[in-house]
Design a binder for this molecule. Structure first.
Ligand SMILES: [Zn+2]
Length: 264
């Protein structure tokens, strides 16, 4: 790339910052100029914090959450319920669920979702290690806390099928419904349909906000099929009405022509 700044050192720093997600060259320049105004000790501290984090933070070998030790503090805490595993996409989700202070079990971080379009298959995320944890026999319940997207649903179904060989393990999914503060009118049809099909008792417990995934899947498929059929029926009706109108007009025109011919 062509050098934009008078100093190659400045150029180097800006280029490094611009590699960060969501940071363009303009923002990168602003950040670097801000750091240049700070005293040297503060900037050294900043750099060391980043290097230390990279060198010493690793992933828990059990749940793949971020950890400074081989086994993270959550997996290592004897007070946590090891029979319940909450499956999430990434470490940020662990933080979000931990903030609710409602989940007393352990976690399993997949490190992504199955997405054939992006070339991400089941073998690319931590599903094998989840199956191994379940196979150990200690797990009684697996809660799938994945996004309500096509990728999230695909991953849920895949895990559900994969864990079906242990029928004693209960597999549940987070409830999907209307967000707090959202108006019913503006909630999309599918979300609303799913919330009506899977109503949950109003309770503060994390665990009450989940339904067994098999019921969820059946209800959802049934609902999707009905919604699809309704839409098709509506379209068919519209086409028929249009055809009928056209025919009526055509007949009238023909009649008029006939009358005109007879008069002549
Ligand atoms: Zn862990």
């Amino acid at each position: 790339m062509e050098q934009e700044f008078a100093s190659s050192l400045l150029e180097g720093a800006v280029s490094e910052f611009a590699k960060l997600p969501g940071i363009g060259r303009k923002t990168a320049l602003r950040l670097v100029l801000h750091l240049l105004k700070q005293d040297q000790g503060a900037v050294r501290h900043f750099g060391e914090a980043v290097i230390n984090a990279r060198e010493h933070i690793t992933y828990c070998r059990v749940c793949h959450n971020i950890s400074e030790t081989q086994v993270c503090p959550i997996c290592g805490n004897p007070a946590r319920d090891a029979s319940t595993i909450c499956v999430v996409e990434n470490v940020k989700d662990v933080m979000s669920i931990e903030n609710t202070a409602q989940h007393r079990g352990l976690y399993h971080v997949l490190g992504g979702l199955i997405s054939p379009i992006d070339g991400v298959g089941p073998q690319d995320i931590e599903i094998d290690s989840l199956a191994q944890r379940v196979a150990s026999g200690e797990v009684k319940e697996v809660i799938l806390a994945l996004s309500a997207t096509v990728e999230g649903d695909t991953t849920c179904f895949y895990i559900y099928r994969r864990l079906a060989q242990w029928p004693q393990v209960k597999i549940t999914q987070l409830a999907r419904g209307v967000s707090v503060g959202n108006e019913i009118e503006y909630t999309d049809e599918l979300t609303l349909g799913r919330s009506i099909l899977g109503p949950h008792p109003v309770h503060r417990q994390f665990h009450t906000a989940i339904t067994p995934i098999s019921t969820m899947a059946d209800n959802y498929l049934e609902y999707a099929r009905e919604a699809y059929e309704k839409r098709i029926a509506k379209k068919r009706q519209a086409v028929l009405t249009r055809q009928r109108k056209f025919l009526e007009q055509y007949r009238k025109q023909q009649q008029l022509k006939k009358q005109q011919n007879q008069q002549e």
